[in-house]
Design a protein around this ligand. Structure first.
Ligand SMILES: NC(=O)C1=CN([C@@H]2O[C@H](COP(=O)(O)OP(=O)(O)OC[C@H]3O[C@@H](n4cnc5c(N)ncnc54)[C@H](OP(=O)(O)O)[C@@H]3O)[C@@H](O)[C@H]2O)C=CC1
Ligand SMILES: O=C1O[C@H](COP(=O)(O)O)[C@@H](O)[C@H](O)[C@H]1O
Length: 444
């Protein structure tokens, strides 16, 4: 095993991702003694160390963490700041000085993809890429062709074993738990196929809108932001065959194999929506056709899944924030199929609907739910970003997205990218356009 990273550099430290996810993760890792002595914030904004510490405190507090002052001071003492132009070699020379004693620094790209090339060049030029690890965020590229370009850029600077592609859904305990649930419960695995399953639904719904990120979001949209990566990743875990053994390679092969068998999505069976008022947000192009909601039907053409529709949807300004999978088993009668529900968000758990006798003289059925809330039965789960940052510092790849899978994910979504028309308005707080309900025949 390679050495653990002895420094972390956060490119884009002034941004949304660092504030929402990475500072809280670093705080938790500090509490567990897992943060290196050197954590450098890197940005164009001329922040000093004090501004960096203030931003870190604000972000940890806003994450709802009950701050332990000793832990925070410990983290604050490790933070330092480098400000400068991402394209200026002089900025990287200062970074190289600051990392002089670091054997295996970890470079986290919390920056828009447009800046990646400049940073990779800067790190290479300063001799830092040779000994560093790099973490890049999804979406990996903008489409299939640009994802290949990004892969080539990264390969030209960092060894594959030191390149980490984050799809943070892979770091979520309940998402990781899908395959264990499937393969460790012999009661379900024999039923996990087209003989017994009528449909599979995956929903990533967010009650909030673009939260001030509309300028970024308008160039991306729901398909690239969530469907191409998080949702298809969950589909792969639900649909894949059991890996041949418990190595990372076998897992990777099984995941890529099932994605290869998934058909490319069709605009005919896709509904794209945009919440009302989106076009008035700062940064959104006039007449924007960017979707803030997408619902679609995926098919997987193999022995296990032929004929089973996978209904997938994600959107902003929905009635609730919820990430859910519903596996609908075929029923003895219409409307009585058992629903196995995986809740994959903050309130994680599993439930199964079953038919029981309704009390009374007649023997008739009533549907009830056998439900488990993981908060009641499991130890506290660590946040995805905390787990993934910890893994990347260890050089551990298991929970990171793989190039072959990413390539397939782009192939699958490509026909529904950049459609120039057809985005349907929906009221904020609704489940998207009515056409999305018709697509799935009602969502469970
Ligand atoms: N925010 C989120 O919830 C998530 C984000 N991601 C990914 O993480 C990465 C960062 O996202 P996020 O933090 O939201 O991005 P931001 O838009 O907040 O940008 C991050 C920082 O990058 C710098 N930056 C922005 N635009 C430019 C530019 N054109 N040239 C140079 N620097 C620029 C800015 O810092 P400064 O000007 O000070 O240098 C900014 O604070 C992206 O790849 C995104 O796709 C992935 C999952 C979730
Ligand atoms: O990658 C992203 O994910 C978040 C949703 O993540 P979750 O862990 O809160 O489910 C989404 O809000 C964001 O737009 C997207 O970039």
């Amino acid at each position: 095993m390679d050495v653990r990273s002895d420094a972390v550099v956060l490119f884009g430290v002034t941004g949304d991702l660092v504030s929402k996810k990475l500072f809280p993760a670093l705080y938790e890792l500090t509490r567990r003694g897992r943060v290196p002595a050197t954590v450098i914030g890197f940005a164009r904004s001329p922040w000093d160390q004090q501004q960096l510490v203030t931003a870190a405190r604000k972000s940890v507090t806003e994450a709802g963490i009950d701050v332990d002052e000793d832990v925070f001071e410990d983290l604050a003492g490790r933070l330092s700041m480098i400000s400068g132009d991402y394209a200026d070699p002089e900025t990287y020379a200062r970074l190289a000085d600051a990392l002089a004693g670091a054997e295996r620094p970890l470079f986290y790209f919390a920056i828009p993809p447009a800046v990646f090339d400049a940073v990779v060049e800067g790190l290479k030029g300063a001799g830092l890429a040779d000994r560093g690890r790099v973490v890049v965020e999804k979406p990996f590229g903008h489409d299939l062709a640009s994802s290949h370009e990004l892969a080539a850029t990264l390969r030209g600077a960092f060894a594959p074993e030191r390149t980490f592609r984050i799809d943070h859904y892979l770091g979520k305990e309940p998402v990781e738990g899908i395959t264990l649930f499937r393969f460790a419960n012999a009661v379900f695995e024999p039923l996990w196929n087209r003989e017994h399953i009528a449909s599979v639904q995956v929903t990533v719904a967010e009650k909030f809108s673009t939260q001030g990120r509309a300028g970024f979001y308008d160039k991306v949209g729901a398909t690239r932001d969530v469907l191409q990566n998080h949702i298809l990743q969950v589909v792969a875990l639900l649909a894949m065959e059991e890996p041949a053994d418990d190595t990372q390679e076998a897992f990777q092969a099984a995941e890529a194999a099932v994605l290869r068998q998934a058909a490319a999505l069709s605009p005919e069976t896709t509904v794209r929506g945009q919440y009302e008022g989106y076009r008035d947000e700062p940064g959104v192009a006039t007449g924007s056709q960017t979707e803030t909601f997408v619902a679609t039907r995926l098919t997987v053409d193999n022995e296990r899944w032929a004929g089973v529709p996978f209904y997938l949807r994600t959107g902003k300004s929905m009635p609730v924030t919820s990430t859910e999978v519903v596996v609908e088993f075929k029923g003895a009668k219409p409307g009585t199929g058992n629903l196995l529900r995986f809740q994959l968000g903050k309130k994680d758990g599993i439930s199964l609907t079953v038919q029981v006798k309704r009390p009374g003289a007649d023997v008739t059925a009533q549907t009830v739910s056998l439900a488990v809330d993981f908060d009641d039965v499991l130890e506290p789960r660590r946040e995805a970003y905390e787990r993934l940052l910890d893994d990347a510092m260890d050089g551990e790849h298991l929970r990171f997205a793989r190039e072959q899978a990413i390539e397939q994910e782009w192939r699958i979504v490509e026909p529904i990218l950049d459609l120039e028309s057809g985005v349907l308005a929906y009221p904020q707080g609704s489940w998207g356009p009515d056409e999305a309900d018709a697509l799935a025949g009602g969502w469970a």
